[in-house]
Design a binder for this molecule. Structure first.
Ligand code: NAP
Length: 221
């Protein structure tokens, strides 16, 4: 199986690389700096250097994948932000989060989806339950919530343009990474193992769904 991971230098992305390589799959993985690329190379992944928040950096992705059949693609890159609605976000803070979590995914999607369609494959976008509008009860991590809700819309809205691929918005749970912190209930191994199992079992009937790491559907967006 050919697997593409976008934003895999550490945390959940790096663990996806480790587990897919251990399973015997071919992994093409992106990172934005030399340290991240070296970690992926050491595992045995093929690497591409991409900063997802920079359209110029990500613009070459399609031709770098020219002729590939991607069975599973995963957009993992993301950044966190604190701060609620009692004060406005700065433009810099807003742009940092939105460019990484939303613009990067919207730049990647049209470049990668045709190669996923070649394989009749699956394209997962790592989102968050904090992006669920129907259950939001506070403005905690306001800009991050907005970014993941926007990411979810980007995924669902794009699905019909790529009918031979299956897109999903996939929440990893609260996971022990640099972002999730040591107090998170899920280890990165368990979260990624569950997400791999979910990706293996979804079918075309699951197109444009919002799923928990274990494959349970969110009842609403
Ligand atoms: N951990 C959780 O509890 C949790 C919960 C819900 C959702 N998520 C989502 O899961 C995904 C992975 O999070 P994580 O927990 O693994 O976080 P993490 O440990 O902080 O890793 C974030 C990853 O995103 C990459 N990244 C950030 N900005 C980038 C850019 N401009 N270009 C390329 N790569 C970039 C980082 O690369 P660098 O090393 O170069 O910074 C790193 O590989 C994110 O989308 C996050 O929102 C996490």
């Amino acid at each position: 199986m050919n697997v593409l991971l976008i934003g895999a230098s550490r945390g959940i992305g790096l663990e996806f690389a480790r587990q897919y390589l251990d399973a015997g799959d071919r992994v093409i993985a992106t990172a934005r700096d030399a340290e991240g690329l070296a970690r992926l190379n050491e595992l045995g992944a093929e690497t591409l250097q991409i900063d997802v928040s920079d359209p110029a950096s990500i613009s070459g992705l399609s031709w770098k994948l020219d002729g590939e059949k991607i069975d599973v693609a995963i957009y993992v890159a993301g950044v966190w932000s604190t701060g609620g609605a009692l004060s406005p976000p700065t433009r810099e803070a807003f742009d940092h989060v939105m460019h990484t979590n939303v613009l990067g995914a919207m730049q990647a999607l049209p470049q990668v989806a045709p190669w996923v369609e070649e394989a009749g494959g699956k394209f997962a976008f790592i989102t968050s339950g904090l992006g669920q509008i129907s259950t939001a009860q506070s403005s905690y991590a306001w800009t991050y919530r907005v970014s993941k809700a926007a990411l979810n819309m980007a995924v669902v809205a794009a699905q019909s343009d790529y009918p031979k691929a299956t897109f999903i918005a996939l929440c990893p749970g609260w996971v022990q990474t640099d972002m999730g912190g040591a107090g998170a209930p899920l280890t990165v191994e368990a979260s990624v193992g569950a997400m791999r199992a979910t990706l293996a079992k979804i079918t075309r009937k699951d197109k444009a769904k919002f799923l928990h790491h274990d494959g349970q559907p969110y009842p609403s967006w």
